[in-house]
Ligand binder design. Structure first.
Ligand SMILES: [Zn+2]
Length: 542
């Protein structure tokens, strides 16, 4: 072999090696919805340092990248990690942190589960959810005597599966301060035995025991939030917007973020308490935590007639709902946000609440602005007001499952105004994009339900068969965008995440069926098989 040929072989060997770049891992053989501008499909991704290094078809990625770790998805569908644009992580965690009493087949089994929790975490109280005495072989309520023996010092409150009854111990009764014969207890709401409380209370008296459960300690909050994070990963969420946080919750989130325990990307809205406003005088981003929004309330909820309406309720002419903020206070907080480059997000359900927010926002915002001030829920909009969203670039943040949860009774409250409610397509048309979420734990965490509700406008019983006010349904592509790239845009993060594109975070979710092609009535049953955040597998289905 002459020297020149030998040299060329070496050179070509070197260049071919050089061509193959090292990646941390490769995903191949996926049906990957990139959710990029063209809604293109990919089959392979190279991941490095928590980001998408490259993307394309299998041959291209395999020819150009090497890694000891190759994940063959065998054709399974892959999406950008889902993002819930409005939810409450700590409240989800509170629900999950209670001892799960569901399907217990005896009261002894319940005691066993409580004891186990007590031994694990030595808590200052015990709360449990989901007992059902009809599964215990006898329909009779138990007495609290065994609870008192086991837990003489800490309050124990156990909610029945339907939340219409509780079993509590003596310590809990003492803390609430009720005694047998107490006039504050309506007839029949305390189960008695030999003129003493048996420890079972019903209805309003049962509800009163919520108030004695102590505020968790900082340490307890941390574990509550991590429990909720786990639930999010199981549901394919890699990002959330937490719709409000007091300074103490924000401190817990910061601590978890600093420790690296907070893995879900969290856009934390602030409750505008003085501590929060003093501490965060400009937008803050660090690791997985972002803080750049204040969360305000204009009104209450529709079900309890707290939503603020322009005209009286159809089923109670004496009320138009409840306003929960004065114009002066609202203006003060908008000015603070405007001056500090913060986003404002306001909870608005009724048409009067939405009008109040739209009018106030438009005082501060010029047309064509990029402040992305948001209206959370944007539930009932007077038709005259809807163009203000587009005119002042105000972002409607919607929860598609609210439409399908409320549709069965909302017309009683608002009558013909129901036509102006849950108008998601009309709202989408205002800016050409719209973020969606669930408001969990008000609704279920599951993003499949959001997708199903947005597209089919049916509840989980597939009612109504033709869909509710279908002119406001989203297409599948729009629904998927609302859960990914548009949710990212609502927190100014569309260049970092929300689609599978080079340079973005390696946040993905793999499902067992493709939401884009599966029949509507099978969508709620679709399961997450894997969730990745920053290239790290944070959930895998067993
Ligand atoms: Zn909420």
């Amino acid at each position: 072999m002459n020297k020149i040929v030998y040299g060329l072989i070496i050179l070509s060997f070197l260049t071919s090696c050089k061509m193959k770049h090292q990646a941390d891992f490769l995903i191949i053989n996926a049906k990957g919805y990139t959710v990029d501008k063209d809604f293109s499909i990919c089959s392979a991704i190279a991941v490095k340092d928590g980001k998408i290094l490259d993307i394309g078809n299998d041959n291209y990625i395999i020819d150009n990248y090497r890694s000891a770790q190759i994940l063959d998805l065998k054709g399974a569908p892959l999406y950008p990690g889902f993002n819930d644009a409005h939810c409450h992580l700590s409240m989800l965690g509170i629900g999950l942190s209670r001892v799960d009493l569901r399907k217990a087949s005896s009261f002894d089994q319940i005691l066993e589960r409580l004891k186990q929790r007590y031994d694990q975490s030595n808590p200052s109280y015990l709360a449990g959810d989901g007992w059902d005495q009809t599964l215990w072989g006898s329909d009779e309520f138990p007495s609290n005597s065994k609870l008192n023996e086991l837990f003489p010092d800490i309050p124990v409150v156990l909610f029945r599966v339907d939340y219409h009854a509780v079993i509590v111990n003596e310590a809990a009764i003492k803390l609430l301060g009720i005694t047998p014969g107490d006039s504050s207890i309506p007839e029949g709401e305390a189960i008695m035995e030999n003129n003493k409380f048996k420890g079972v209370f019903l209805e309003n008296t049962a509800d009163r025991f919520e108030s004695i459960l102590p505020e968790p300690t900082t340490h307890e909050w941390a574990s509550i939030i991590l429990t909720a994070q786990k639930e999010c990963f199981k549901n394919g969420l890699t990002s959330i917007t937490n719709a409000g946080g007091t300074s103490s919750i924000v401190a817990v989130m910061e601590q978890l973020n600093n420790e690296g325990a907070l893995k879900i990307r969290t856009n934390m809205m602030l409750t505008p308490d003085p501590d929060n406003l003093e501490k965060f005088s400009s937008p803050y981003t660090n690791g997985r935590l972002r803080i750049a929004t204040i969360k305000l309330f204009a009104d209450g909820a529709l079900g309890s007639r707290g939503a603020l309406m322009l005209e009286p309720y159809s089923d109670m002419k004496s009320t138009k709902g409840i306003s929960v903020i004065t114009s002066k206070e609202f203006e003060r907080l908008c000015k603070w946000a405007y001056d500090h480059d913060f986003q404002v997000a306001m909870h608005c359900i009724g048409d009067a609440a939405n009008r109040q927010a739209l009018n106030m926002y438009s005082k501060f915002l010029k047309s064509g602005n990029d402040r992305r001030w948001r209206i959370e829920h944007a539930q009932i909009i007077n038709p005259k007001d809807i163009e203000l969203f587009g005119k002042y670039s105000i972002v409607p943040s919607i929860q598609p499952t609210h439409a399908t949860s409320d549709m069965l009774w909302a017309d009683e409250r608002v009558g013909e105004r129901l036509e102006d409610a849950y108008v998601y397509k009309e709202l989408l048309d205002q800016l050409g994009w719209i973020p969606s979420g669930t408001d969990f734990p008000v609704e279920d965490v599951n993003p499949m339900y959001t997708f199903h509700s947005a597209v089919y406008r049916q509840n989980l019983d597939f009612v109504p068969s033709e869909g509710f006010q279908m002119e406001n349904a989203l297409t599948k592509e729009e629904a998927l965008r609302s859960m990914t790239i548009w949710a990212a845009k609502a927190s100014f993060e569309e260049n970092l995440k929300g689609s599978l594109e080079i340079g973005k975070y390696a946040d993905f979710v793999v499902l067992d069926k493709d939401i884009m092609t599966t029949a509507g009535n099978e969508i709620p049953e679709i399961k997450v098989t894997m969730t990745f955040v920053n290239g790290e597998k944070v959930y895998e289905k067993e």
